[in-house]
Design a protein around this ligand. Structure first.
Ligand SMILES: O=P(O)(O)OC[C@@]1(O)O[C@H](CO)[C@@H](O)[C@@H]1O
Length: 404
């Protein structure tokens, strides 16, 4: 068993070590994202100048405070901007620097306004291209073959669809060369799906919270899973937590939920039926969307504010999707991989599950044999290649026998 003292000593991940994955994200991924966004829009000179300045600041400059008229200046003060301003982006906790990068990118393109570019999502062309891709059609058509299969088989297929949908992360594909070409490894490195289903019993009346990750080809299977759970009566209500503004390139916002639901409703066959079911569930309140500011905070969920904590405390299950949400759920630290998932999520106020493909160094809850086999086969690559996945569950409301 891990003692609480161990929990605070695992080092927080920084981006200051050349050659490391986090350093590469700050030094290469962020400049590449600036370039892609710049090429995707007919921006004006002011925006080009602001993007130049952000690029220079990221690579050679320091973190600067938000502009005086920023609507969320006070919020970022609470989130620690004063402690990092004036220092290099490479010195702050990696999670903090990444999160602030997306916030500053939105400033540069005029998202927060005032002005004509207010609310124009700089990542929208990439998200839409994915939603329109023929792979999405194929994935939706495959739903027809699931009709008529036994309920448990359909449930498993939809759960795994949502899990592996997490490979559809546009920021990741930008820097992981050939990421899509690399084969996924179907055997999960941890699989608590039985515990997950036991929290989603038939004739459940509780609320499911889903903390969404990417739009498009991840959000679509997330919505299908939610539609299925509502239709099967395993939950009475679902709340989909999305980002309040564009983030990590492809993270889902409310606008992306609208696009995804519309995409489903216009599809033929079973997909269209799921889409109409979701539409009806949104209309009568069984499916709600929430865009809490903390969803885009540069902090772990251990620091979440009381209102959000109360939401999760009321849910019969909260599902965290994806790599970034995993980092924020367990803490963005270099845990010994066998650190129990239950220990690192101990302060979460209710039953929690995570569906994640592995795209960063953070990992917990492995058994020693699995860790050893992965290391022997792949060195450290399994942690970040996006080819492995896990389903982990912790239910702090149910006592377990503690090992001594
Ligand atoms: O949360 P997601 O979409 O599964 O992945 C986010 C990600 O691509 O971005 C971060 C690096 O920028 C890493 O945590 C991870 O590789």
């Amino acid at each position: 068993m891990t003692h609480m003292s161990d929990l605070s000593t695992a080092p927080v991940i920084l981006g200051d070590e050349p050659g490391s994955f986090p350093h590469g994200v700050l030094a290469e991924r962020h400049p590449a994202i600036i370039g892609q966004v710049r090429d995707a829009f007919p921006y004006g000179p002011e925006q080009h100048r602001a993007l130049d300045a952000l690029l220079e600041s990221c690579l050679h400059g320091v973190i600067e405070p938000l502009p005086a008229n920023a609507p969320d200046r006070e919020r970022w003060r609470v989130w620690g901007v004063d402690a990092h301003a004036g220092r290099s982006w490479f010195e702050a906790p990696w999670l903090w620097s990444e999160s602030y990068f997306y916030r500053r990118l939105l400033d540069a393109v005029g998202w927060f306004g005032p002005g004509a570019w207010q609310g124009i999502d700089p990542f929208r062309p990439f998200k839409l291209a994915e939603l329109d891709a023929k792979e999405t059609d194929e994935e939706l058509a495959a739903l027809d073959a699931l009709e008529g299969r036994p309920a448990h088989e359909r449930a498993r297929a939809l759960l795994h669809g949502s899990l592996w949908g997490n490979r559809a992360d546009l920021g990741f594909r930008l820097s992981a060369a050939g990421a899509e070409a690399q084969e996924a490894v179907p055997g999960l490195v941890a699989d608590d799906s039985e515990a997950l289903w036991s929290l989603l019993q038939p004739s459940g009346t509780g609320t499911l919270c889903v903390v969404a990750d990417n739009a498009g080809r991840e959000l679509v299977p997330d919505l299908l899973l939610i539609a299925h759970l509502l239709a099967e009566g395993r939950v009475g209500r679902a709340v989909l937590h999305v980002k309040p503004y564009p983030y990590y390139v492809s993270d889902a916002t409310t606008a992306d939920v609208v696009d995804a639901v519309r995409r489903l409703t216009s599809a033929p066959g079973a997909a269209g039926e799921y889409g109409r079911g979701l539409w009806a569930a949104m209309a009568d309140g069984r499916l709600a969307v929430r865009a809490h500011p903390f969803a885009a905070a540069p902090l772990p969920y251990a620091d979440m504010p009381g209102d959000l904590r109360a939401d999760f405390a009321r849910a019969s299950l909260t599902v965290f999707k994806g790599d970034l949400n995993y980092r924020r759920l367990v803490g963005d630290r270099l845990w010994p991989p066998t650190t129990p998932f239950r220990d690192v999520t101990a302060c979460f106020p209710g039953p929690v599950a995570t569906l994640r493909t592995l795209k960063s160094d953070v990992i917990t809850g492995l058994d020693a044999a699995t860790e050893a086999a992965l290391d022997a086969a792949e060195g450290a690559a399994w942690r970040i290649s996006g080819t492995h996945a896990l389903i982990q569950v912790s239910d702090v409301t149910s006592p377990v026998a503690e090992a001594t």
